[in-house]
Design a binder for this molecule. Sequence first.
Ligand code: SAM
Length: 480
Amino acid sequence: MYDPKSLKAEDFIDDEEVRATLEYAEANKNNEKLIDEILEKARPVPTETGCVCHGLTHREASVLLACEIPEKIERMYEIAEEIKLAFYGNRIVIFAPLYLSNYCVNGCLYCPYHLKNKNIPRKKLTQEELRAEVIALQDMGHKRLAIEAGEDPVNNPIEYILDCIDTIYSVHHKNGDIRRVNVNIAATTVENYKKLKDAGIGTYILFQETYHKKSYERLHPTGPKHDYAYHTEAMDRAMEGGIDDVGLGVLFGLELYKYEFAALIMHAEHLEAVHGVGPHTISVPRVKKADDIDPDEFDNGIDDETFIKIAACIRLAVPYTGMIISTRETEEVRAKMLRVGISQVSGASRTSVGGYTQEERPHDTEQFDVSDQRTLDEVVHWLMDSDHIPSFCTACYRAGRTGDRFMELCKSGQILNCCHPNALMTLAEYLEDYASPETKKTGYEMIERELNNIPKENVRRTAMENIEAIKNSNRRDFRF
Ligand code: SAM
Protein backbone atom coordinates (compact mmCIF):
# COMPACT_ATOMS: atom_id res chain seq x y z
CA MET A 1 0.00 0.00 0.00
CA TYR A 2 1.26 3.50 -0.86
CA ASP A 3 3.28 4.96 1.97
CA PRO A 4 5.96 7.58 1.20
CA LYS A 5 7.45 7.08 4.67
CA SER A 6 7.94 3.35 4.32
CA LEU A 7 11.45 2.09 3.63
CA LYS A 8 10.13 -0.62 1.33
CA ALA A 9 10.32 0.04 -2.40
CA GLU A 10 6.95 -1.54 -3.05
CA ASP A 11 5.31 0.93 -0.63
CA PHE A 12 6.95 4.21 -1.66
CA ILE A 13 6.85 3.33 -5.37
CA ASP A 14 3.48 1.65 -5.03
CA ASP A 15 2.44 0.43 -8.49
CA GLU A 16 -1.26 0.98 -7.73
CA GLU A 17 -0.63 4.58 -6.73
CA VAL A 18 1.38 5.19 -9.91
CA ARG A 19 -1.47 3.78 -12.01
CA ALA A 20 -4.11 5.74 -10.10
CA THR A 21 -1.99 8.87 -10.68
CA LEU A 22 -1.88 8.23 -14.41
CA GLU A 23 -5.67 7.76 -14.50
CA TYR A 24 -6.18 10.95 -12.51
CA ALA A 25 -3.84 12.83 -14.85
CA GLU A 26 -5.58 11.49 -17.95
CA ALA A 27 -9.01 12.39 -16.53
CA ASN A 28 -7.86 15.94 -15.77
CA LYS A 29 -5.60 16.71 -18.70
CA ASN A 30 -8.17 19.15 -20.13
CA ASN A 31 -9.35 20.48 -16.77
CA GLU A 32 -8.18 24.04 -17.32
CA LYS A 33 -9.27 25.26 -13.91
CA LEU A 34 -7.26 22.59 -12.13
CA ILE A 35 -4.29 23.08 -14.45
CA ASP A 36 -4.27 26.82 -13.73
CA GLU A 37 -4.39 26.14 -10.00
CA ILE A 38 -1.47 23.73 -10.26
CA LEU A 39 0.53 26.20 -12.35
CA GLU A 40 -0.18 28.93 -9.83
CA LYS A 41 0.97 26.68 -6.98
CA ALA A 42 4.23 25.96 -8.80
CA ARG A 43 5.20 29.62 -9.18
CA PRO A 44 7.91 31.13 -6.98
CA VAL A 45 6.44 33.33 -4.23
CA PRO A 46 8.48 36.37 -3.15
CA THR A 47 9.49 36.55 0.53
CA GLU A 48 11.44 39.11 2.57
CA THR A 49 14.76 37.45 1.81
CA GLY A 50 14.13 36.05 -1.66
CA CYS A 51 11.41 33.65 -2.66
CA VAL A 52 10.03 30.22 -1.97
CA CYS A 53 8.49 27.53 -4.08
CA HIS A 54 6.02 24.95 -2.90
CA GLY A 55 6.72 22.31 -5.55
CA LEU A 56 4.06 19.90 -6.73
CA THR A 57 2.85 16.49 -5.66
CA HIS A 58 3.32 13.58 -8.06
CA ARG A 59 -0.39 13.76 -8.90
CA GLU A 60 -0.33 17.48 -9.66
CA ALA A 61 2.85 17.23 -11.70
CA SER A 62 1.43 14.28 -13.63
CA VAL A 63 -1.63 16.33 -14.62
CA LEU A 64 0.71 18.92 -16.14
CA LEU A 65 2.67 16.26 -17.96
CA ALA A 66 -0.56 14.84 -19.42
CA CYS A 67 -1.90 18.24 -20.46
CA GLU A 68 -1.71 18.88 -24.20
CA ILE A 69 -3.11 22.42 -24.33
CA PRO A 70 -0.40 24.49 -26.10
CA GLU A 71 -0.89 27.70 -24.04
CA LYS A 72 -0.66 25.76 -20.79
CA ILE A 73 2.49 23.99 -21.94
CA GLU A 74 3.98 27.37 -22.85
CA ARG A 75 3.10 28.56 -19.35
CA MET A 76 4.84 25.53 -17.82
CA TYR A 77 8.00 26.47 -19.71
CA GLU A 78 7.79 30.06 -18.53
CA ILE A 79 7.36 29.03 -14.90
CA ALA A 80 10.14 26.44 -15.19
CA GLU A 81 12.47 29.20 -16.36
CA GLU A 82 11.23 31.52 -13.60
CA ILE A 83 12.01 28.88 -10.96
CA LYS A 84 15.37 28.13 -12.48
CA LEU A 85 16.33 31.80 -12.44
CA ALA A 86 14.98 32.31 -8.93
CA PHE A 87 17.03 29.52 -7.34
CA TYR A 88 19.91 28.78 -9.66
CA GLY A 89 20.21 32.06 -11.54
CA ASN A 90 21.89 31.88 -14.93
CA ARG A 91 24.74 29.70 -13.70
CA ILE A 92 25.36 26.29 -15.22
CA VAL A 93 27.65 23.90 -13.39
CA ILE A 94 30.03 21.91 -15.58
CA PHE A 95 31.33 18.40 -15.05
CA ALA A 96 32.70 15.39 -16.93
CA PRO A 97 32.17 11.65 -16.50
CA LEU A 98 35.24 9.54 -15.92
CA TYR A 99 34.96 5.84 -16.74
CA LEU A 100 37.11 3.69 -14.45
CA SER A 101 36.19 0.20 -15.57
CA ASN A 102 33.78 -1.49 -17.95
CA TYR A 103 33.96 -4.89 -16.27
CA CYS A 104 30.41 -5.82 -15.33
CA VAL A 105 28.61 -8.94 -14.13
CA ASN A 106 25.09 -7.66 -14.84
CA GLY A 107 22.91 -8.48 -17.80
CA CYS A 108 21.27 -5.07 -18.44
CA LEU A 109 19.63 -5.30 -21.87
CA TYR A 110 20.24 -1.63 -22.76
CA CYS A 111 23.91 -1.44 -21.76
CA PRO A 112 26.82 -2.63 -23.90
CA TYR A 113 28.80 -3.47 -20.77
CA HIS A 114 26.49 -6.40 -20.07
CA LEU A 115 28.32 -9.59 -19.20
CA LYS A 116 27.46 -11.50 -22.36
CA ASN A 117 28.78 -8.84 -24.73
CA LYS A 118 32.02 -10.32 -26.00
CA ASN A 119 32.62 -7.66 -28.71
CA ILE A 120 33.71 -5.07 -26.25
CA PRO A 121 37.23 -5.19 -24.80
CA ARG A 122 37.18 -5.09 -21.00
CA LYS A 123 39.39 -2.51 -19.39
CA LYS A 124 40.03 -1.21 -15.91
CA LEU A 125 42.28 1.79 -15.30
CA THR A 126 45.40 1.28 -13.23
CA GLN A 127 46.13 4.11 -10.77
CA GLU A 128 48.87 5.28 -13.15
CA GLU A 129 46.44 5.36 -16.09
CA LEU A 130 43.88 7.10 -13.89
CA ARG A 131 46.42 9.82 -13.02
CA ALA A 132 46.98 10.43 -16.75
CA GLU A 133 43.20 10.66 -17.34
CA VAL A 134 42.81 13.13 -14.48
CA ILE A 135 45.66 15.29 -15.82
CA ALA A 136 43.98 15.29 -19.26
CA LEU A 137 40.70 16.39 -17.62
CA GLN A 138 42.44 19.05 -15.52
CA ASP A 139 44.21 20.32 -18.62
CA MET A 140 40.82 20.95 -20.21
CA GLY A 141 39.72 22.87 -17.12
CA HIS A 142 37.49 20.38 -15.35
CA LYS A 143 37.12 20.63 -11.57
CA ARG A 144 34.20 18.26 -11.02
CA LEU A 145 33.91 14.64 -12.12
CA ALA A 146 31.36 11.85 -12.02
CA ILE A 147 33.15 8.52 -11.82
CA GLU A 148 31.49 5.58 -13.57
CA ALA A 149 32.07 1.86 -13.31
CA GLY A 150 30.32 -1.38 -14.11
CA GLU A 151 29.37 -3.69 -11.25
CA ASP A 152 31.94 -6.38 -10.66
CA PRO A 153 32.84 -7.37 -7.10
CA VAL A 154 36.07 -9.02 -8.24
CA ASN A 155 37.40 -6.46 -10.73
CA ASN A 156 35.84 -3.29 -9.30
CA PRO A 157 35.44 -3.89 -5.55
CA ILE A 158 34.75 -0.93 -3.28
CA GLU A 159 38.47 -0.80 -2.36
CA TYR A 160 39.30 -0.15 -6.03
CA ILE A 161 36.75 2.67 -6.21
CA LEU A 162 38.11 4.18 -2.98
CA ASP A 163 41.70 4.01 -4.27
CA CYS A 164 40.55 5.76 -7.45
CA ILE A 165 38.87 8.55 -5.46
CA ASP A 166 42.07 9.06 -3.44
CA THR A 167 44.14 9.18 -6.60
CA ILE A 168 41.81 11.66 -8.29
CA TYR A 169 41.90 14.07 -5.34
CA SER A 170 45.71 13.71 -5.08
CA VAL A 171 46.50 14.89 -8.63
CA HIS A 172 47.35 18.59 -8.93
CA HIS A 173 48.71 19.34 -12.37
CA LYS A 174 49.75 22.97 -12.99
CA ASN A 175 46.83 24.98 -11.51
CA GLY A 176 44.47 22.03 -11.89
CA ASP A 177 42.69 20.03 -9.28
CA ILE A 178 39.53 17.98 -9.03
CA ARG A 179 37.52 19.42 -6.18
CA ARG A 180 34.44 17.26 -6.26
CA VAL A 181 34.12 13.62 -7.22
CA ASN A 182 30.57 12.40 -7.69
CA VAL A 183 30.11 8.67 -7.87
CA ASN A 184 27.88 6.63 -10.16
CA ILE A 185 28.36 3.01 -9.17
CA ALA A 186 25.97 0.16 -8.57
CA ALA A 187 23.73 -0.06 -5.51
CA THR A 188 25.71 -1.20 -2.50
CA THR A 189 25.64 -1.65 1.29
CA VAL A 190 25.35 0.96 4.05
CA GLU A 191 28.90 0.05 5.08
CA ASN A 192 30.21 0.80 1.59
CA TYR A 193 28.26 4.05 1.40
CA LYS A 194 29.93 5.05 4.69
CA LYS A 195 33.31 4.35 3.07
CA LEU A 196 32.39 6.50 0.07
CA LYS A 197 31.29 9.27 2.40
CA ASP A 198 34.59 9.06 4.29
CA ALA A 199 36.48 9.20 0.99
CA GLY A 200 34.95 12.66 0.47
CA ILE A 201 32.58 12.05 -2.41
CA GLY A 202 30.11 14.67 -3.57
CA THR A 203 26.85 13.25 -4.86
CA TYR A 204 26.08 9.55 -5.00
CA ILE A 205 24.28 9.02 -8.29
CA LEU A 206 22.26 5.96 -9.17
CA PHE A 207 19.81 5.81 -12.03
CA GLN A 208 16.74 3.77 -11.37
CA GLU A 209 16.62 2.94 -15.11
CA THR A 210 12.91 2.10 -14.76
CA TYR A 211 10.57 2.23 -11.78
CA HIS A 212 8.26 -0.33 -13.36
CA LYS A 213 9.09 -3.49 -11.40
CA LYS A 214 8.17 -6.05 -14.05
CA SER A 215 10.02 -4.19 -16.79
CA TYR A 216 12.94 -3.66 -14.44
CA GLU A 217 13.23 -7.38 -13.84
CA ARG A 218 12.92 -8.13 -17.56
CA LEU A 219 15.57 -5.54 -18.47
CA HIS A 220 17.94 -6.81 -15.77
CA PRO A 221 17.58 -10.55 -16.24
CA THR A 222 20.81 -11.58 -14.52
CA GLY A 223 23.33 -10.32 -11.98
CA PRO A 224 22.93 -8.47 -8.67
CA LYS A 225 21.14 -5.58 -10.37
CA HIS A 226 18.17 -7.87 -11.00
CA ASP A 227 16.96 -7.19 -7.44
CA TYR A 228 14.45 -4.35 -7.86
CA ALA A 229 13.98 -3.63 -4.15
CA TYR A 230 17.71 -3.58 -3.41
CA HIS A 231 18.26 -1.13 -6.27
CA THR A 232 15.26 1.09 -5.48
CA GLU A 233 16.09 1.28 -1.77
CA ALA A 234 19.76 2.17 -2.43
CA MET A 235 19.33 5.89 -1.77
CA ASP A 236 17.94 5.16 1.70
CA ARG A 237 21.03 3.07 2.45
CA ALA A 238 23.26 5.82 1.03
CA MET A 239 21.58 8.34 3.33
CA GLU A 240 21.88 5.96 6.25
CA GLY A 241 25.59 5.77 5.42
CA GLY A 242 25.81 9.55 5.76
CA ILE A 243 25.64 10.62 2.10
CA ASP A 244 23.09 13.40 2.04
CA ASP A 245 23.49 14.43 -1.60
CA VAL A 246 21.97 11.75 -3.80
CA GLY A 247 21.19 11.93 -7.51
CA LEU A 248 18.18 10.19 -9.05
CA GLY A 249 17.54 9.45 -12.71
CA VAL A 250 15.46 7.41 -15.11
CA LEU A 251 16.77 6.01 -18.39
CA PHE A 252 14.04 7.37 -20.64
CA GLY A 253 13.04 5.11 -23.50
CA LEU A 254 12.80 1.88 -21.55
CA GLU A 255 9.25 2.25 -20.16
CA LEU A 256 6.26 4.56 -20.57
CA TYR A 257 7.48 8.03 -19.66
CA LYS A 258 4.36 9.02 -17.72
CA TYR A 259 4.81 6.04 -15.42
CA GLU A 260 8.49 6.85 -14.91
CA PHE A 261 7.77 10.49 -14.25
CA ALA A 262 5.14 9.89 -11.56
CA ALA A 263 7.34 7.31 -9.84
CA LEU A 264 10.42 9.56 -10.00
CA ILE A 265 8.54 12.34 -8.21
CA MET A 266 7.24 9.80 -5.69
CA HIS A 267 10.84 8.74 -5.05
CA ALA A 268 11.77 12.38 -4.40
CA GLU A 269 8.78 12.72 -2.04
CA HIS A 270 9.86 9.58 -0.23
CA LEU A 271 13.40 10.89 0.38
CA GLU A 272 12.00 14.17 1.67
CA ALA A 273 9.48 12.37 3.92
CA VAL A 274 12.01 9.97 5.43
CA HIS A 275 15.29 11.91 5.43
CA GLY A 276 14.05 15.48 5.44
CA VAL A 277 15.85 16.26 2.20
CA GLY A 278 14.95 15.45 -1.37
CA PRO A 279 17.36 14.45 -4.14
CA HIS A 280 20.28 16.80 -4.77
CA THR A 281 20.03 16.18 -8.51
CA ILE A 282 17.86 14.46 -11.07
CA SER A 283 19.38 13.27 -14.35
CA VAL A 284 17.36 12.72 -17.49
CA PRO A 285 19.34 10.36 -19.75
CA ARG A 286 17.74 8.86 -22.86
CA VAL A 287 18.81 5.43 -24.05
CA LYS A 288 21.34 5.61 -26.90
CA LYS A 289 22.59 3.32 -29.60
CA ALA A 290 25.63 1.39 -28.47
CA ASP A 291 27.54 -1.76 -29.29
CA ASP A 292 25.07 -4.66 -29.23
CA ILE A 293 22.26 -2.22 -28.30
CA ASP A 294 19.50 -0.89 -30.55
CA PRO A 295 17.40 1.70 -28.69
CA ASP A 296 14.47 1.08 -31.06
CA GLU A 297 14.06 -2.33 -29.46
CA PHE A 298 12.66 -0.66 -26.36
CA ASP A 299 9.81 1.09 -28.24
CA ASN A 300 9.15 3.66 -25.53
CA GLY A 301 11.43 6.25 -27.05
CA ILE A 302 10.32 9.84 -26.56
CA ASP A 303 10.62 12.71 -29.00
CA ASP A 304 12.47 15.91 -28.16
CA GLU A 305 9.30 17.85 -27.43
CA THR A 306 8.08 15.34 -24.84
CA PHE A 307 11.56 15.18 -23.37
CA ILE A 308 11.62 18.93 -22.82
CA LYS A 309 8.14 18.86 -21.33
CA ILE A 310 9.27 16.17 -18.86
CA ALA A 311 12.21 18.35 -17.79
CA ALA A 312 9.95 21.37 -17.30
CA CYS A 313 7.51 19.33 -15.20
CA ILE A 314 10.36 18.01 -13.04
CA ARG A 315 11.51 21.62 -12.54
CA LEU A 316 8.02 22.60 -11.35
CA ALA A 317 7.60 19.58 -9.08
CA VAL A 318 11.00 19.70 -7.29
CA PRO A 319 12.16 23.32 -7.58
CA TYR A 320 15.25 23.01 -5.39
CA THR A 321 16.72 19.95 -7.06
CA GLY A 322 19.57 20.38 -9.54
CA MET A 323 18.93 18.93 -12.99
CA ILE A 324 21.56 17.35 -15.19
CA ILE A 325 21.76 16.90 -18.95
CA SER A 326 24.61 14.91 -20.47
CA THR A 327 26.32 14.86 -23.86
CA ARG A 328 24.01 12.00 -24.85
CA GLU A 329 21.95 14.91 -26.19
CA THR A 330 22.71 17.21 -29.10
CA GLU A 331 23.67 20.85 -28.73
CA GLU A 332 20.17 21.78 -29.98
CA VAL A 333 18.31 19.72 -27.37
CA ARG A 334 20.69 20.84 -24.63
CA ALA A 335 20.02 24.48 -25.50
CA LYS A 336 16.26 23.94 -25.13
CA MET A 337 16.70 22.00 -21.90
CA LEU A 338 18.72 24.85 -20.39
CA ARG A 339 15.70 27.11 -20.71
CA VAL A 340 13.37 24.81 -18.77
CA GLY A 341 15.49 24.29 -15.70
CA ILE A 342 18.70 22.33 -16.27
CA SER A 343 21.42 23.43 -13.84
CA GLN A 344 24.34 21.13 -14.73
CA VAL A 345 25.81 19.97 -18.03
CA SER A 346 28.67 17.68 -18.89
CA GLY A 347 31.21 18.86 -21.44
CA ALA A 348 33.76 17.20 -23.72
CA SER A 349 32.77 13.82 -22.31
CA ARG A 350 34.39 10.56 -23.28
CA THR A 351 32.41 7.48 -22.33
CA SER A 352 35.19 4.95 -22.79
CA VAL A 353 37.70 3.64 -20.28
CA GLY A 354 40.89 5.65 -20.80
CA GLY A 355 39.29 7.88 -23.42
CA TYR A 356 40.63 11.24 -22.26
CA THR A 357 44.26 10.37 -22.91
CA GLN A 358 43.64 9.44 -26.55
CA GLU A 359 43.93 11.87 -29.43
CA GLU A 360 40.72 10.73 -31.17
CA ARG A 361 37.49 9.84 -29.37
CA PRO A 362 37.88 6.05 -28.98
CA HIS A 363 34.91 3.75 -29.54
CA ASP A 364 36.25 0.36 -28.51
CA THR A 365 35.42 0.42 -24.78
CA GLU A 366 32.78 3.13 -24.84
CA GLN A 367 29.35 2.82 -23.26
CA PHE A 368 27.55 4.86 -25.92
CA ASP A 369 28.52 7.47 -28.46
CA VAL A 370 27.95 11.06 -27.40
CA SER A 371 25.88 13.42 -29.53
CA ASP A 372 27.49 16.62 -28.32
CA GLN A 373 31.14 16.22 -29.28
CA ARG A 374 32.33 19.78 -28.71
CA THR A 375 35.44 20.68 -26.74
CA LEU A 376 35.04 22.11 -23.25
CA ASP A 377 36.13 25.51 -24.54
CA GLU A 378 33.35 25.38 -27.14
CA VAL A 379 30.77 24.40 -24.54
CA VAL A 380 31.92 27.19 -22.21
CA HIS A 381 31.73 29.74 -25.01
CA TRP A 382 28.34 28.47 -26.14
CA LEU A 383 26.93 28.81 -22.63
CA MET A 384 28.10 32.39 -22.38
CA ASP A 385 26.69 33.20 -25.82
CA SER A 386 23.25 32.26 -24.48
CA ASP A 387 23.83 34.32 -21.32
CA HIS A 388 24.64 31.42 -18.99
CA ILE A 389 27.57 31.64 -16.59
CA PRO A 390 29.65 28.45 -16.84
CA SER A 391 30.46 27.56 -13.24
CA PHE A 392 33.27 25.32 -12.04
CA CYS A 393 32.28 25.95 -8.46
CA THR A 394 32.44 23.19 -5.86
CA ALA A 395 32.27 25.45 -2.81
CA CYS A 396 29.08 24.15 -1.19
CA TYR A 397 30.44 20.68 -0.91
CA ARG A 398 33.80 21.89 0.39
CA ALA A 399 32.15 24.19 2.92
CA GLY A 400 29.94 21.35 4.16
CA ARG A 401 26.80 22.78 2.58
CA THR A 402 25.32 19.45 1.56
CA GLY A 403 21.89 17.88 2.00
CA ASP A 404 19.44 20.13 3.84
CA ARG A 405 22.13 22.79 4.41
CA PHE A 406 22.43 23.27 0.64
CA MET A 407 18.64 23.36 0.34
CA GLU A 408 18.55 26.01 3.08
CA LEU A 409 20.97 28.16 1.11
CA CYS A 410 18.85 27.67 -1.98
CA LYS A 411 15.71 28.75 -0.13
CA SER A 412 17.35 31.65 1.72
CA GLY A 413 17.67 33.83 -1.37
CA GLN A 414 21.39 34.23 -0.57
CA ILE A 415 22.51 32.38 -3.66
CA LEU A 416 23.24 35.65 -5.47
CA ASN A 417 25.64 36.59 -2.68
CA CYS A 418 27.24 33.18 -2.60
CA CYS A 419 26.97 30.99 -5.70
CA HIS A 420 27.08 33.91 -8.09
CA PRO A 421 30.48 35.29 -6.99
CA ASN A 422 31.82 31.74 -6.65
CA ALA A 423 30.77 30.99 -10.23
CA LEU A 424 32.46 34.16 -11.49
CA MET A 425 35.68 33.45 -9.61
CA THR A 426 35.90 29.87 -10.86
CA LEU A 427 35.11 31.08 -14.37
CA ALA A 428 38.02 33.54 -14.05
CA GLU A 429 40.29 30.65 -13.04
CA TYR A 430 39.16 28.77 -16.13
CA LEU A 431 39.68 31.77 -18.39
CA GLU A 432 43.20 32.35 -17.10
CA ASP A 433 44.32 28.75 -17.19
CA TYR A 434 42.56 27.02 -20.06
CA ALA A 435 40.43 29.24 -22.31
CA SER A 436 41.09 30.16 -25.93
CA PRO A 437 41.65 33.91 -26.52
CA GLU A 438 38.08 34.36 -27.86
CA THR A 439 36.51 32.55 -24.90
CA LYS A 440 38.70 34.56 -22.53
CA LYS A 441 37.54 37.84 -24.05
CA THR A 442 33.85 36.87 -23.93
CA GLY A 443 34.32 35.51 -20.41
CA TYR A 444 35.77 38.67 -18.93
CA GLU A 445 33.03 40.73 -20.57
CA MET A 446 30.51 38.45 -18.90
CA ILE A 447 32.28 38.66 -15.53
CA GLU A 448 32.28 42.44 -15.66
CA ARG A 449 28.53 42.51 -16.37
CA GLU A 450 27.65 39.84 -13.84
CA LEU A 451 29.62 41.30 -10.94
CA ASN A 452 27.03 44.06 -10.92
CA ASN A 453 24.33 41.50 -10.11
CA ILE A 454 25.85 40.69 -6.72
CA PRO A 455 23.55 42.50 -4.29
CA LYS A 456 25.87 42.89 -1.28
CA GLU A 457 28.47 45.62 -1.75
CA ASN A 458 31.14 43.92 0.41
CA VAL A 459 30.68 40.58 -1.35
CA ARG A 460 30.95 42.28 -4.73
CA ARG A 461 34.15 44.03 -3.70
CA THR A 462 35.74 40.85 -2.36
CA ALA A 463 34.80 38.97 -5.54
CA MET A 464 36.40 41.73 -7.63
CA GLU A 465 39.59 41.59 -5.54
CA ASN A 466 39.74 37.83 -5.84
CA ILE A 467 39.30 37.97 -9.59
CA GLU A 468 42.14 40.51 -9.80
CA ALA A 469 44.28 38.14 -7.72
CA ILE A 470 43.40 35.26 -10.08
CA LYS A 471 44.47 37.41 -13.04
CA ASN A 472 47.76 38.06 -11.26
CA SER A 473 48.29 34.34 -10.65
CA ASN A 474 47.83 34.82 -6.95
CA ARG A 475 45.70 31.79 -6.10
CA ARG A 476 44.14 31.34 -2.69
CA ASP A 477 41.21 29.15 -1.77
CA PHE A 478 38.65 31.70 -2.89
CA ARG A 479 35.05 30.92 -2.11
CA PHE A 480 32.03 32.22 -0.32
N1 SAM B 1 26.97 0.35 -13.17
C1 SAM B 1 26.28 1.37 -12.47
C2 SAM B 1 24.85 0.94 -12.16
O1 SAM B 1 24.56 -0.22 -12.30
O2 SAM B 1 24.05 1.76 -11.81
C3 SAM B 1 26.20 2.70 -13.15
C4 SAM B 1 27.21 3.09 -14.12
S1 SAM B 1 26.60 3.18 -15.76
C5 SAM B 1 28.20 3.47 -16.37
C6 SAM B 1 25.73 4.69 -15.83
C7 SAM B 1 24.40 4.71 -16.52
O3 SAM B 1 24.54 4.66 -17.92
C8 SAM B 1 23.43 3.60 -16.24
O4 SAM B 1 22.80 3.77 -15.00
C9 SAM B 1 22.46 3.71 -17.40
O5 SAM B 1 21.32 4.47 -17.07
C10 SAM B 1 23.25 4.46 -18.47
N2 SAM B 1 23.30 3.69 -19.72
C11 SAM B 1 23.57 2.39 -19.88
N3 SAM B 1 23.46 2.05 -21.17
C12 SAM B 1 23.08 3.14 -21.85
C13 SAM B 1 22.77 3.41 -23.22
N4 SAM B 1 22.81 2.47 -24.15
N5 SAM B 1 22.40 4.68 -23.55
C14 SAM B 1 22.34 5.65 -22.62
N6 SAM B 1 22.64 5.45 -21.33
C15 SAM B 1 22.99 4.21 -20.94
